[in-house]
Design a protein around this ligand. Structure first.
Ligand code: ADP
Ligand code: MG
Length: 576
């Protein structure tokens, strides 16, 4: 970017007074950088009309003025948490100021990407190399009809924005204790997540954690919930840098079943584990729930498109003779979609699979003795998960955590069985093993010995097109679980580990960046890893041609999931 010329704030006031009452396009004259008392205001892009996407604005507060201590930036974890804290503070300051309607359309509205319960890297607040703090937000430049309301705009930039800056971006007015707690909780959570592998665990759920959420559309903790209590035999302790020692349930690597009666909290526990790949804010209830960062939720997703995925470990010998080592369909069934989801996750390096019977295809999970006799193996293309889970762990080191209240056949292959009783887990491993001895399932294992190798795909850049009419690269998030990609829609409703619209927006842009790495040789795994490297070095700004707020960090799994769900996506296979 060219070095911006910074003009005195008075210049902006002049412009706004001059264009007052003119056509809306005159707002273009405001684009530029202005020195205010204690900060620089950058109007990067003025919207073309009052109903268009609001104007992009930044505020930059110099390090000496913002005054935040060095401990906010001493590690990557702290930097991310610090920025997240400021983004929350800025959003709260906007809320406190009340709705800023000042005319037609989005006139007068100041908005910043709204953080949820997770602490993550966000582009809405960045710390520049000279350690100044930059906040990126949007402003609906005020209009009556299509006429510039210059005085209203003046009030926004000369009263409201400075008061937001004073209220949320200066250390002297910050709740220092809350800031330190935020940094410490993040540091503890990252420490906990990093401690899992050495201890042979894939997840940890602290005693006292609150797992259920207020509702399906409200991710805050359920009021009056029963706190988590670990079974003594699975209890482990971890020393954290700030909180000290925490005790909780360690979920060991291998195959873990979560069993129990309906409504006893099985899915709630698995959902908390699935979110444990992220850090949670203080008061969330899941601050000390941590999961292997490579854990991927798997579910059935009938109707999805599948492109040349090797699903042969799970499905082979289809009656129509189709090759399941390079399986494509525009309308996958429950079992084929689940098989594809597993294989795609493995392809991208998943280390733990999380599966809930509530959202799994039954025929993909179980096949009991009686059915094996009636429908013999030569007539059944599906090798159920029960016959692959062990070799998945033994050969590929991939663990499984599985909610299964409906089939005791799984006792045979489980390493650990947790039984939920009125939201409290009990270690039922020994009992389940004894029952398995007493009542043999008499199943015969239909899978051969090992998991075997599977084929990886090489994406075709030409199949990824985000143009819309004459416009190149038109992408946007549609809520959390949808992406508009040019003229195509990508459905992420079966990808629950995307949790915020800002992640979805970032993924939408990341697909375009990924396309540039598709050279006909790199595998999809390599392509998404390149994008991850770019973000590690250049931050989320690597995703867009100019700096924007409204992006949040995501994992390679979710980027690959979005690419896999683009219906035009085409791939070859490595070595084919
Ligand atoms: P399951 O999967 O075993 O059928 P769920 O996890 O869906 O059960 O939980 C059933 C209900 O119990 C949900 O409404 C959930 O919010 C509630 N619930 C789960 N855990 C707790 C808890 N620890 N305290 C209070 N209510 C809970
Ligand atoms: Mg359930």
């Amino acid at each position: 970017m060219a070095r911006e010329k910074i003009e005195p704030a008075g210049r902006l006031r002049e412009i706004l007074r001059r264009i007052d009452g003119r056509g809306y396009g005159a707002y273009r004259n405001c684009e530029g950088a202005y020195a205010f008392d204690g900060f620089v205001l950058l109007i990067d892009h003025a919207q073309a009309d009052p109903f268009a996407a609001p104007s992009r604005v930044r505020v930059r507060v110099e390090a000496a003025v913002a005054g935040f201590p060095a401990r906010c930036l001493s590690t990557k974890t702290r930097e991310v948490a610090f920025r997240d804290f400021l983004a929350r503070g800025f959003a709260a300051a906007i809320d406190a100021k009340g709705p800023g309607r000042r005319g037609s359309g989005k006139s007068g509205q100041i908005a910043v990407a709204r953080p949820g319960q997770e602490v993550m890297e966000r582009s809405s607040v960045v710390v520049t190399p000279d350690r100044s703090v930059e906040v990126r937000f949007t402003v609906g430049l005020p209009a009556r009809g299509r006429t510039v309301l210059g005085r209203e705009a003046e009030a926004i930039f000369f009263d409201e924005v400075p008061s937001l800056v004073r209220g949320s971006l200066l250390y002297p007015t910050t709740d220092a204790l809350a800031l330190d707690r935020h940094l410490e909780v993040s540091e503890d959570a990252d420490h906990l997540r990093a401690a899992l592998r050495d201890r042979g665990l894939v997840a940890f759920v602290a005693d006292g954690a609150i797992l259920p959420r207020a509702s399906g559309v409200d991710d805050r903790p359920l009021h009056g919930a029963v706190p988590f209590t670990s079974p003594p035999s699975l209890r482990v302790t971890v020393d954290l840098p700030n909180r000290g020692t925490v005790a909780g349930m360690g979920v060991p690597a291998g195959i873990t079943l979560i069993v129990g009666g309906g409504f006893h909290g099985k899915s709630t526990l698995l959902r908390a584990i699935e979110r444990g790949v992220y850090t949670h804010i203080l008061g969330d209830g899941r601050e000390f729930v941590a999961t292997d960062p490579a854990a991927v939720k798997i579910r059935a997703e009938d109707g999805r498109r599948v492109e040349k995925v090797d699903i042969s470990p799970f499905i082979a010998g289809l009656p129509d003779g189709r090759d399941t080592r390079a399986f494509s369909t525009d309308n996958a069934s429950g079992s084929t979609s689940q098989a594809a989801n597993i294989m795609e996750a493995l392809e991208t390096g998943a280390g733990v699979l999380l599966i809930d019977e509530d959202t799994a295809a039954t025929n993909m999970m179980i096949r009991d003795r009686r059915m094996q006799e009636l429908v013999t193996d030569d007539l059944e293309p599906i090798t159920p998960f029960i016959d692959r889970a062990r070799s998945l762990y033994r050969d590929l080191g991939v663990s499984t955590v599985l909610v299964i209240g409906g089939s005791g056949d799984y006792f045979d292959i489980a390493d650990t069985v947790v039984c939920m009783q009125a939201y409290i887990p009990e270690d039922a491993t020994a009992r389940a093993k004894a029952i398995a001895e007493r009542h043999a399932s008499d199943r015969f294992t239909s899978a051969g010995d090992g998991f075997g190798t599977f084929r990886r795909r090489v994406p075709d850049a030409g199949s990824i097109d985000a143009s819309r009419g004459r416009r190149e690269g038109k992408v946007a998030a549609d809520g959390v679980r949808g992406i508009r990609f040019g003229v195509h829609d990508i459905d992420l409703s079966a990808v629950p580990q995307v949790v915020e619209p800002a992640q979805t927006t970032a993924i939408a842009h990341a697909i375009l960046l990924a396309r540039g790495y598709m050279d006909g040789r790199r595998t999809l795994h390599e392509v998404v890893a390149r994008v991850g490297d770019d973000i590690s070095t250049g931050g989320l700004d690597a995703l867009t041609p100019h700096p924007v707020g409204g992006l949040a960090a995501f994992r390679p799994f979710e980027l690959a999931a979005a690419i896999n769900r683009l219906r035009t996506f085409r791939a070859g296979q490595k070595g084919k």
